[in-house]
Ligand binder design. Structure first.
Ligand code: ZN
Length: 185
């Protein structure tokens, strides 16, 4: 395996060499951001560049992935932690989820998760999960489940809390939604 010296890494960075993407990461000390060597963002002063052997090192040093080259997601369009987070949200539609659980599952910090959800889903992780819960609630109502059961099963603390959330998402209260549904049958 090629020995990556500081000079080699610097040269690869200066020529935006895609062949080195993933082999090391380029940190910008002043902005606490890390990039792929091929990143086309304006290069910082050389004295402000720091190299990391892998992402873990960069993250441990408090650096965030660059939005331009999407260093934190390389080589996948979606980050490695996403599948675990989505699977958890999907499974856990019966209650609220905590930020700490998402951090624990993903191994990345909450701001990384938030940033990704915002850019991909135009939503916060919590709002995204709320939608999943409500979609389940709606389905239960469509199937004829009474709405106190739905309130309980979908993890709402009160019927009024559920009602408010439902109206906010679907524009009418669950009772009415159900009535409309029944009338159509
Ligand atoms: Zn970059």
């Amino acid at each position: 395996m090629e020995q990556l010296t500081h000079d080699k890494m610097l040269a690869a960075t200066l020529r935006h060499d895609t062949g080195y993407d993933g082999k090391f990461y380029v940190g910008v000390r002043t902005m606490k951001i890390y990039c792929l060597p091929s990143c086309r963002a304006k290069l910082p002063l050389i004295k402000n560049i720091v190299f990391f052997r892998d992402r873990k090192e960069a993250i441990a040093a408090g650096f965030k992935g660059c939005k331009r080259c999407k260093a934190e997601f390389f080589p996948n369009a979606s980050p490695v932690w996403l599948a675990a987070v989505l699977a958890f949200m999907e499974k856990r539609r019966t209650a609220r989820i905590g930020v700490s659980k998402l951090v624990e599952l993903s191994g990345v910090d909450i701001s990384t998760i938030r940033r990704y959800f915002k850019s991909q889903f135009q939503s916060t992780p919590m709002a995204f999960h709320r939608k999943l819960r409500l979609a389940r609630a709606r389905k239960m109502i469509e199937e004829g489940t009474d709405y106190l059961t739905v309130t309980y099963e979908c993890g709402y603390e009160s019927a009024s809390g559920f009602r408010d959330a439902f109206i906010k998402e679907y524009g009418l209260p669950p009772g009415k939604y159900y009535a409309n549904r029944t009338n159509r049958l």
